[in-house]
Design a protein around this ligand. Structure first.
Ligand code: ADP
Length: 386
């Protein structure tokens, strides 16, 4: 079983441990914390197909509901192991790890580094360790994949003592990038062995530079608020702005946290929505500014990562916007013409996978990511090893 806890939902899936892994059930507890939460399941077994209102006033109760679902699946339907997406593994966890109370305590130390995500990721782990300690649990980190970044790419130009204390660039969306790196050889073996930039454009968004399938740089840093503007996050910002807001507007850390994580990005600039589809369909001038700024920042970060790689062989679009919006892909590719990207408009409109022209010096791809499958693969491997 895989568990992926977001801020207002917990997604889960069940895989059959064959080769290849086969998904037999997926589900979600959505609208956590709202008036009427909902539990949806969609599975091979008819009893696993339903959508019903549930009471989940907070994340803790949603996690408890999920554990009850796991407990109810006794016998053949019981999961052999449970793999969790965990946002932060710090500098230590360069690989997925089998969980026990000691590892859980170590992961709790990273809560201040990801206060909005890490507690949600750890809640179901803690409950399951308490109630079914015999179940093998595995943590798969969003940061691990970037631990191959050279030291220089992980440093801020701050006093070295702070770097040693963990104030460094970690990078996120690692499970998504790892999945793309694992399938890229099937699409473009040359690019997979060379230099590729992957654009994970979802509600959260980042870009990663791959060299021979290994991460060498990314746009997210110490936290998942850095880099590109996102649905509600501002992305990279002059730290002087934050000092100004503290001094002149009397904002404290919590107020700034709310501003930069929940009220900025596409939502903040447009004043309309955090949802790209809504903005692309809107005639409002502020929606156009939000989309233009999003694309302008992508254009600059793409150049920065190409520079970090010293050249480019391929670009890959993935996640909600990257997989589904031909318009955004077309505009990013037009902005990247100077790098040698020549789009194939018809292939792009159809969704790819190859969306560059045959004569394009740099190939371009739209490839669906699959973080769940990546978690399931890691979990199976750790289970086999244990
Ligand atoms: P999350 O990071 O929450 O998993 P997703 O990867 O599902 O998010 O991405 C959500 C984003 O994808 C939203 O901004 C949504 O509007 C956008 N999106 C999905 N389909 C389309 C589409 N056809 N055109 C433009 N944007 C789309």
């Amino acid at each position: 079983m895989t568990i992926n806890g977001g801020s207002s939902s917990i997604k889960f899936a069940l895989f059959e441990c064959g080769s290849p892994l086969k998904k037999i059930l997926e589900g979600e507890i959505a609208r956590i914390g709202l008036q009427q939460s909902v539990l949806r399941m969609n599975g091979r077994d008819p009893a696993d197909n339903f959508s019903r209102p549930v009471t989940a006033p907070d994340y803790q109760s949603a996690a408890a509901m999920l554990i009850e679902i796991i407990e109810a699946r006794s016998g053949h339907g019981a999961p052999a192991a449970v793999g969790h997406r965990v946002v932060h593994g710090g500098a230590e966890y360069t690989q997925p790890v089998k969980l026990d109370p000691g590892v859980l305590a170590a992961l709790e130390k990273f809560v201040p580094l990801a206060p909005l995500h890490q507690p949600h990721n750890l809640a179901p782990i803690r409950l399951l360790l308490e109630r079914q300690p015999e179940v093998v649990q595995v943590a798969c980190f969003d940061t691990s994949f970037h631990r191959t970044n050279p030291d220089i790419a992980q440093r801020f130009a701050l006093p070295a003592e702070l770097h040693d204390a963990g104030v460094r660039r970690y990078g996120f969306h690692g499970l998504s990038y790892e999945y793309i790196a694992s399938v890229l050889p099937d699409y473009d073996a040359q690019a997979a062995a060379g230099r590729t930039v992957v654009l994970h454009l979802g509600n959260g968004a980042s870009i990663c530079a791959l060299e021979g399938g290994r991460s060498v740089a990314s746009t997210m840093g110490f936290t998942a608020v850095d880099g590109l503007p996102m649905g509600t996050r501002c992305g990279a910002i002059d730290p002087g702005v934050l000092l100004y807001l503290m001094d002149e507007r009397g904002m404290d850390a919590r107020a700034i946290e709310k501003l930069i994580y929940q009220q900025s990005g596409l939502l903040g600039v447009s004043g309309i929505s955090s949802d790209m589809r809504t903005l692309l369909a809107s005639q409002a001038p502020s929606a156009k500014i939000a989309v233009d700024l999003y694309l302008y920042r992508i254009r600059r970060e793409l150049g920065s990562l190409a520079a970090a790689l010293g050249g480019l062989d391929a670009i890959v679009f993935t996640a909600g916007i990257g997989e589904n919006s031909a318009e955004i892909r077309a505009r990013v590719m037009a902005d990247a013409a100077w790098l040698g990207v020549k789009p194939n408009a018809r292939a792009n409109a159809k969704g790819g996978p190859r969306i560059s022209a045959a004569r394009s010096r740099i190939s371009a791809w739209a490839i669906a990511t699959n973080e769940e499958l990546m978690i399931a693969r890691h979990t199976r491997r750790v289970l086999a090893a244990s």
